[in-house]
Design a protein around this ligand. Structure first.
Ligand SMILES: [Zn+2]
Length: 73
């Protein structure tokens, strides 16, 4: 499965404010890896909590780390 959303750059190093779409592929053990075309910046899950994921992603404009909190359904 994958999650996706829109994020406004929150880099603390640069005054960027770039808004971009992102996605993360979430590995599932029950199925074979899906082959997908990533047409958006892709991040990775750095923390999984009961109600949210913490996603780390590189801003495509300023190339700084961004941290996104994604609320799970
Ligand atoms: Zn940025």
């Amino acid at each position: 499965m994958k999650i996706e959303g829109t994020h406004k750059c929150n880099s603390t190093y640069k005054d960027c404010d770039h808004t971009y779409e992102w996605m993360v592929q979430i590995a599932t053990h029950s199925s074979a890896p899906e082959v997908e075309v990533f047409d958006k910046p892709t991040g990775r899950i750095i923390e999984t909590l009961d109600n949210k994921y913490s996603v780390k992603i590189i801003c495509p404009k300023c190339h700084q780390d961004n941290l996104i909190e994604y609320i799970r359904n």
